[in-house]
Design a protein around this ligand. Structure first.
Ligand SMILES: NC(=O)C1=CN([C@@H]2O[C@H](COP(=O)(O)OP(=O)(O)OC[C@H]3O[C@@H](n4cnc5c(N)ncnc54)[C@H](OP(=O)(O)O)[C@@H]3O)[C@@H](O)[C@H]2O)C=CC1
Ligand SMILES: O=C(O)[C@@H]1CCC=N1
Length: 278
């Protein structure tokens, strides 16, 4: 029997991790998920074949779900993490590894809401885990040993690249790879809008923008890919792309991207403080 893996909260991020995990070969019978709404639980059970329970005012499924679990993934919003930890603390196996995916929730906050000694790993995943191309950064808590960290690695290993980082880098990771898929989707939206300004139909504009970024992503996914070299391969000297890139530079696009990422990281730091003051 495979070890029991539990997701407490399985929305956008949780389902991406779950999909990657199952695609990589974890049997659905070994996975239990909880969510708030019964209809969402039903949807997840139907779609993935996992045990899915609703944990709300009517049923306390979170505490039942974690019984006998080896790994418990916390997939709720940051503001709900501390209460969830307190709710399950007494019901966790002392050796169960608690893996938080929440942005801005510190190891100190996690450990403080669980029983002393409970192994904890803070992670920052991203939604491309769903298609096996995610990036995840892990930071082990004070009592998590190498086996605990390895158990966290195992959750993500089959769905993308897993890095170990010091906890003080997690807000930066969040601002680059955690939020990053949204930046790429935003670029697609902007490209589609530009296409429509040329008079192309909405549908043609969507196809051109979406397939271009998806194709570029596949090229980046090839071994040894280098973004700058790939960009130069499109940019003919004195050609058309050169004018676009020069315009992006003149208008300060690199600075705009940097400012956006800094704003995301600053918001993470602010959330950490807000949670500490709760
Ligand atoms: N979205 C992303 O790309 C990323 C998100 N994260 C982190 O992942 C976490 C989740 O974000 P996201 O998936 O976007 O949010 P969602 O709102 O999509 O998902 C939250 C999930 O938590 C469930 N939930 C809420 N309260 C409880 C509870 N007490 N017990 C059980 N389940 C509960 C919700 O149930 P229901 O569905 O019934 O409402 C929902 O399934 C956040 O902490 C975020 O910081 C990290 C990296 C990237
Ligand atoms: O927007 C958020 O707060 C979460 C964390 C990183 C991506 N999504």
């Amino acid at each position: 029997m495979s070890k029991k893996i539990v997701f407490l909260g399985c929305g956008s991020m949780g389902e991406a991790i779950l999909t990657g995990l199952l695609s990589a070969g974890t049997p659905p019978q070994s996975v239990t998920v909880t969510v708030r709404r019964a209809e969402r639980a039903e949807e997840l059970a139907q779609r993935h074949g996992v045990t899915a329970l609703a944990s709300n005012e009517e049923s306390n499924a979170n505490t039942e779900a974690v019984a006998g679990a080896s790994v418990v993934i916390l997939g709720v919003k940051p503001v709900g993490i501390a209460a969830l930890c307190r709710e399950i603390a007494e019901h966790l196996d002392p050796g169960a590894v608690v893996v938080s995916v929440a942005a801005a929730v510190s190891l100190e906050q996690l450990e403080g809401a669980l029983r002393p000694g409970q192994p904890v790993v803070r992670s920052m995943p991203n939604t491309p885990l769903k298609v096996g191309r995610g990036v995840v950064a892990l930071s082990a808590g004070t009592t998590a040993d190498e086996h605990d960290l390895a158990a966290a690695h195992e959750i993500f290993d089959g769905s993308g690249v897993v890095l170990d980082v010091p906890e003080d880098q997690q807000d930066a990771v969040s601002a680059i790879s955690g939020s990053g898929p949204a930046y790429a989707f935003y670029l697609v939206e902007a490209m589609a809008a530009a296409a429509q300004e040329f008079g192309l139909s909405a549908e043609t504009s969507q196809v051109l923008a979406r397939e271009t970024v998806a194709g570029a992503g596949l090229m980046l996914a090839e071994p040894g890919a280098d973004a700058e070299a790939l960009r130069r391969g499109v940019t003919s000297p004195k050609g058309t792309t050169e004018q676009a890139i020069a315009t992006f530079e003149k208008l300060g696009l690199p600075g705009i991207v940097s400012a956006g990422a800094k704003a995301a990281a600053a918001r993470a730091a602010e959330i950490t403080k807000e949670l500490a003051a709760q």
